[in-house]
Write a protein that binds this ligand. Structure first.
Ligand code: GTP
Ligand code: MG
Length: 251
């Protein structure tokens, strides 16, 4: 079995790659494949179990963060008579994307590297009705004394060149397991419904590999236009909301 694999490896290695990044990635895959094939079934199972355990922990972290947002939404809906959060979505990064990201960073596929170098294994996306709700909700989450903010990117005040808007945070939240507490990283993205609509369509563009340069440039320009229009509409909607729901109705 090992002989077959190394024959296979040699054949793959003989395929000359022009791009050195590809070389690194391919060598890593081959190295990893060699390691897996030289493992005993018990070792393979142990490795799979460790992976599953880690992903379960990230899933638990997602549940913790979702609950925190749900609680905030419930409380705010009583205080202000409206639900600031329109929807909460979450996902665990797929094994394929995890491997691709490690390869892009030139790192080995190890649980340690996954834990320390990849910050978006657990992802929670919060869709708000209005742009100012985003800051209010992010603030309320960060005020909770068990939440630690690692980094944030404010693509609302400083949109990306393509027009992308969202508020991103990498946070750490404690999750309590039978053998103690573990701080787990979660990527949180907050956006309005309109920003989310735009980001979904723009995301599609990344997978369209068959577009010619001119069409791609035209679509990108159209998307940038839409992003600016959306930002304008978000602002106007916020103004209407402030009239409908004054912050301090008793004053
Ligand atoms: P990765 O893209 O995950 O490697 O992270 P990064 O270090 O570039 O972080 P960033 O906070 O810029 O982006 C994190 C995530 O936000 C991405 O994985 C996407 O889900 C989303 N995102 C960032 N930029 C864009 C964009 O231009 N368009 C769309 N549709 N989504 C984006
Ligand atoms: Mg990501």
């Amino acid at each position: 079995m090992n002989t077959d694999l190394s024959a296979n490896n040699n054949m793959n290695q003989n395929m000359i790659r022009k791009n050195s990044k590809d070389d690194i990635a391919i060598n890593q895959i081959l190295k990893q494949a060699d390691t897996v094939m030289s493992m005993s079934p018990d070792e393979v199972f142990a490795s799979i179990s460790e992976w599953q355990e880690m992903m379960t922990k990230y899933n638990c972290a997602i549940r913790e963060i979702r609950t925190k947002f749900e609680v905030l939404n419930d409380e705010l809906s009583i205080r202000s008579n409206r639900n600031p959060i329109h929807g909460i979505y979450s996902r665990i990064k797929s094994p394929r994307s995890i491997m691709d990201k490690l390869h892009r960073k030139g790192l080995d596929i190890t649980l340690d590297n996954i834990k320390t170098e990849i910050h978006d294994i657990a992802g929670v996306r919060v869709i708000c009705d209005f742009a100012d709700d985003i800051y209010e909700i992010a603030d309320m989450l960060l005020k909770q004394d068990d939440i630690k903010l690692l980094t944030y990117k404010d693509y609302i005040r400083a949109p990306k060149e393509n027009g992308y808007r969202s508020y991103h945070m990498i946070i750490e939240t404690p999750v309590f397991f039978s053998d103690g507490k573990e701080m787990m990283k979660v990527e949180v993205q907050l956006r309005t419904i309109a920003m989310d609509f735009w980001a979904s369509l723009e995301h599609e563009l990344r997978y369209k590999k068959d577009l010619d340069k001119k069409t791609l440039a035209q679509i990108s320009a159209d998307l940038l236009n839409c992003a600016n229009t959306i930002a304008d509409v978000d602002n106007q909607m916020m103004g209407i909301k402030d009239k409908l729901y004054p912050k301090y109705p008793d004053e």
